[in-house]
Every structure is written in C-alpha cells, then in structure tokens.
Design a protein around this ligand. Structure first.
Ligand code: KIV
Ligand code: ZN
Length: 497
C-alpha cells in the first residue's frame, strides 16, 4: 500500500509575498478553484492580520472552496489567532497555522528573548488556537538552523498542547539535503509523542535545494509538503509543487503518492504565472517552455524512435500535448522529415536532401525554423531549378549614402554581374538586374511581409511584373528582405517565355 503525502499549497500566502505578484480577492478565488481541481489537500489562503485584503481573501476563499482544508497563518500572538479564526469562520474544513522562531538567530536577535520563553509562547499559541479550531499546525521558524535537541523539545511541547501538524521550515534555504533529512529523522526518533502529529516540510530555495530537501524530508518521515506552484515565493522561492509531485510519481518504487491530478499541472502553472505576472523560466523542470523540447539532432532522432530514450515523463501526464521537436541548425534529417510529414508533405530521398541543405542555410541565419518557414522551403523544392539564379548581391546604403547595388546572376550556366544606383537598395538592385536581361519588364506589384514578429524572422516577398501585356508572378522568402526582393524579381523574370 502506498503512503499518502499531503500537499499543502502556499502559493497564495508564501508565494504571494513576492514583490509585484499580489493578487486581488477575485484572482485568489480563481487560483484556489484551480488548486482544488488539481487536488491539493490544504490551501494556505493568507495571513489575515497582515492586511484587510488578506483577511477578505481568506473569508472569500473559505466560502468558495469545498474539499481542501483552508489554512490561515498567524504569529504566536493572541490577536493574530483571533483574527485568523474569524477569517476562517465560513471554511468547511479549517486550520490555523501558528508559530515562532526557534533558531539562535531568531531567539537572540529577532525576538530578543530566551529559549525557555520561546518554548512557553509556542505551546501557549497552540493551546489558544485550539480554542477556535481542532486542526492546528505549528511552525518552528528557521528550524533549518535550529539546534535539533532544542527543536525536539519545542515540537514535543506543541504536540502536547494539541498541534496536529508540525512544520519544520528551512526558512533561509540553508540546509543540505542530508542535513535536513537527518533533522526530520531526529524528530521522528526523539520526540516521544511524534506519532500524534504529521511532520511537514517547508523549504526555501536560496541554494537551489528546496526540492531536494523536501524529498529528503519525506524519505525520513515527513508526510506533508509545503509547496507553491512554479516554486514561486520570497527571494529564490519555495519548493515547487510540480517537481515534488512528479518526483513521487516517477519514482513509484518509493511507495509514496499524492492526490494531485497531474494532468492539470500545466494549466494551473500557466494560470498562476499569468495572474501573478511571473513568467516561468524556459528551462524550469516540468512546466518550463523547454521542459519537453528537444533540439539536438541526436536527441530528436532518439525521441522519434522511442520517446523514453530521452524523456522520463510523458508530457501528457502533466497536461502538455506533446514533446516538441525544435528545428534548429542542430536538427537532423529525421526531425525535419518528421515535421514535414506532420505538415502533409512527402519527399523522396533526393528532394529531402535538397530541402535539408536549404533548411541548414536558413537555420544558420535564423535561430528556430517554424512551420511557415518549412512551407516556404518546401515550395522552393517543388518549384525546382530556376533558369535565372541570383549568385551575388552586394549593397552599399545608409543615411547620406547613395545606394549602390552589384548583382551577379547565373544565366545559362554563366554568372554575369552588373552595378547600378537607385533611390534605395531595392531600386538599385532591380536596376542592376534589368541591365543584365534583354527583356523590358515593368514592376506591377511589390509586397513585403514579415511572417511573424521577431526581428530574426523571414520576410516574404511577392512580386508581379508585366512583359508585353502579360503578368508574371515571383516569390521568395529570406531573413534578408533585400535578397528576398531581388530573388522574387528574378523568379518572376525567369518565368517569361
Ligand atoms: O519560511 C517560513 O519559515 C515560513 C513560515 C511562516 C511557515 O514561511
Ligand atoms: Zn516560507
């Protein structure tokens, strides 16, 4: 039988402490509903005494949410506890989370008192909270830097006072995973009444070890984890929900499970990111834009042969439609062909070789090749060899400079060059082209379009020229719009019989 790990989500409390990420009550209700659907067990809805807005949010979340326990934070102060109890009055299932610092730093420099006094205040706060709610969680702030023997005494006292959950925060994100795991084990083995409470982890990510510490806590006996969506939180953030959930899910041999519906992870992550105006870093585990994106040729080939060659999680499991193959200069033929087939193209080996060659030329100029680029490249392959081909284009232009263009065109296997001036680089190039051909052509239409928004993107050029009363169409696409324009012009001219 698998042991359940309780998911305590503090996105709306510790996560919301991030400067600039504050949500209004309506947005908090939206996030709470998403967290409920996701399957979290506890929602820490706020710190009611801290502001009227936080108070109101706890009240409204309490009314809106049915299944998860709604938790409100307090200091070990009577007034805080009273206000939290009032804010929780509509909650179907409620918890007060009270606590005090237990590290030498907090005792001596923050609270300026003695360890004995802290012990007394901790137990008193829990006893007082018990007058309002049955479910009381105690946090030993800065437990990560607290002496284990002293911490054990405090934990024993608060459990005796009625704490149902004991939270062991690594408030400053200082602990090493081994050290944090040992701390949890120490409490498990030395607090005589520990079986009467659930041990909770609450890790910060200052040294990038929040998830590792949380997992070590769980492996050593903790059965609740305090986490936030996308790992948001003060400074470097809190342990991220999605990482812990997917670690436990991927390593099912650990015999630990959560009630999270992992398929809702991605949508919840995006909701939190959007509402909090907090972008998710591209390489963020599980929910980052690149978490399931493969760009090197070897990896792309491996994933296309068998997904698990390079993926330990099926992206569907976290609500992402599919792994993406990013087409770059490092992609191989297999990846290119795979994408072309998904776009409905089918090429023989020689055509694919030609397309791959053009693809690499373009990919060298443009970081990422998108589907529109591929359609254009495919169109080029279909159109076959051109009678006229641009081989050289050299432009001089700029402010206070007369535009001059030199073009080299292959005509019947031989390259001919010509130089001309104009009122701009395109005009100069077109005049140079005209000097090389024996036909009279009039430019009827000339359209340049950027395909998407990036400055590194491809420009598409459509041209119509008139020759002896007939219209001929030319097209080209290139990251260099002047080259695209000249190629489109030549393309149109080459169609004249
Ligand atoms: O990091 C911390 O110690 C906290 C407590 C208030 C639980 O957020
Ligand atoms: Zn915290």
């Amino acid at each position: 039988m698998e042991d359940k790990v309780i998911i305590f989500d503090t996105t709306l409390r510790d996560g919301e402490q991030v400067p600039g990420c504050q949500l209004n009550t309506v947005e908090k209700i939206e996030v709470s509903r998403a967290l409920e659907a996701l399957g979290v067990d506890v929602i820490e809805a706020g710190f009611p005494i801290s502001s009227p807005g936080d108070f109101r949010s706890v009240v409204e979340i309490s009314k809106a949410i049915t299944s998860p326990v709604i938790c409100a934070l307090t200091r070990a102060v009577k007034k805080d506890i009273e206000v939290a109890a009032e804010a929780l009055q509509y909650a179907k299932r409620k918890r007060i989370h009270t606590g005090i610092g237990t590290s030498p730093y907090h005792i001596k420099y923050k609270i300026k008192t003695t360890p004995e006094e802290i012990l007394r205040r901790a137990a008193d706060a829990v006893k007082y909270a018990k007058k309002f709610v049955e479910d009381v969680e105690f946090y030993a702030e800065d437990a990560g830097r607290s002496d284990n023997e002293y911490l054990a005494k405090v934990i024993e006292a608060v459990i005796k006072a009625g704490a149902t959950v004991v939270n062991i925060p690594d408030t400053t994100g200082y602990c090493l995973p081994e050290e944090y795991g040992t701390k949890i084990r120490y409490l498990k083995e030395n607090v005589t009444n520990i079986d009467k409470a659930v041990i909770s982890t609450h890790c910060h990510n200052d040294l990038g070890m929040a998830t590792a510490n949380t997992i070590m806590g769980v492996l050593n006996g903790a059965r609740q984890v305090e986490v936030t969506m996308n790992g948001i939180g003060e400074r470097a953030g809190n342990t991220s929900l999605e990482e812990v959930v997917m670690i436990l899910k991927s390593h099912h041999n650990l015999g630990l499970k959560t009630d999270i519906n992992s398929r809702l992870i991605f949508s919840t992550s995006r909701l939190v990111s959007t509402l909090m105006s907090m972008p998710v870093q591209a390489n963020k585990a599980i929910v980052g834009r690149n978490a399931f994106a493969h760009s090197s040729g070897i990896h792309q080939d491996g994933v296309l042969k068998f997904r698990e060659n390079y993926e330990i999680i099926d992206p569907h499991e976290v609500g992402i439609k599919e792994s993406s193959i990013i087409l770059t200069a490092r992609s191989g033929r297999a990846a290119l062909n795979h994408r072309l087939e998904s776009l409905g193209y089918s090429f023989g080996k020689e055509e694919l070789d030609d397309l791959y060659h053009r693809f690499l030329l373009l990919a060298d100029k443009k970081k990422e090749i998108n589907d529109e680029d591929l359609r254009i490249l495919s169109g080029e392959v279909y159109s076959g060899e051109r009678a006229l081909k641009l081989e050289l284009l050299q432009i001089t232009c700029g402010k206070s400079t007369l535009p001059v263009a030199t073009v080299g065109i292959r005509i019947n296997g031989e390259v001919h060059t010509s130089t001309a001036t104009g009122n701009g680089p395109i005009d100069a190039s077109f005049t140079a082209v005209r000097q090389l051909i024996s036909k009279t052509v009039h430019l009827e239409e000339f359209l340049i379009q950027a395909i998407t928004k990036g400055s590194d993107d491809i420009g598409k050029v459509h041209i119509q020229v008139e020759h002896q009363g007939k219209i001929y169409y030319g097209f080209s696409a290139n990251t260099d719009i002047i080259t695209a324009s000249v190629e489109a012009f030549i393309d149109a001219i080459s169609k004249i019989k």
